[in-house]
Design a protein around this ligand. Structure first.
Ligand code: NI
Length: 169
């Protein structure tokens, strides 16, 4: 297993659209193991392959208190969403230190393939539903700050670039 570097906003590579996984083989199993290790190390609750510069439709999530219930979604597709939505405060490992409100469906059903290559449907609500929608956005090249006003987004962009310059010194 290996820790993988996480792309930071506004890296343009975060806006690439991920391709479906053709076959769940040992390469994908290694990718998932590395993504889980990277997510837990960064104390995140979700990570999309896009964030580690792999542009394939793979997501890992763990919203459990004990960090012992990993969920792997390969080729996830939204099949149902609730009519009710809520504004939830979100953060992102690619936008460290920034938290803001995003409107999301309260509940979603997602069809995906698991690590054994088996199709399954996940019924998600509350935090899991928010996390699934956030990570699926990543696979489409969308970062949560893009839901915010241009003014806020530009402020965040400047802050991130400044932090990255300071890190590079
Ligand atoms: Ni994120």
């Amino acid at each position: 297993m290996a820790l993988l570097p996480i792309l930071c906003y506004p890296d343009p590579k975060l806006h690439r659209v991920a391709k479906p996984v053709a076959v769940v083989d040992s390469r994908i199993q290694t990718l998932v193991a590395d993504m889980l290790e990277t997510m837990y190390d960064a104390k995140g609750i979700g990570l999309a392959a896009t964030q580690i510069d792999v542009h394939e439709r793979v997501i890992v999530i763990d919203v459990s208190e004990e960090h012992d219930a990993p969920l792997v979604l390969i080729n996830p597709e939204l099949v149902w969403s609730s009519t009710e939505t809520h504004l939830n405060e979100e953060g992102c490992l690619s936008v460290p230190g920034i938290y803001d409100g995003v409107e999301r469906f309260d509940a979603v059903h997602v069809r995906a393939v698991d690590l054994q290559g088996q199709p399954r449907t996940i019924e998600a609500e509350e935090l899991l539903a928010v996390c699934v929608q956030h990570e699926m956005d990543h696979l489409m090249g969308k970062v949560f700050v893009e839901y915010l006003s241009p003014l806020k987004r530009n402020r965040i962009k400047k802050k991130m670039l400044k932090a990255q310059r300071e890190d590079a010194l």
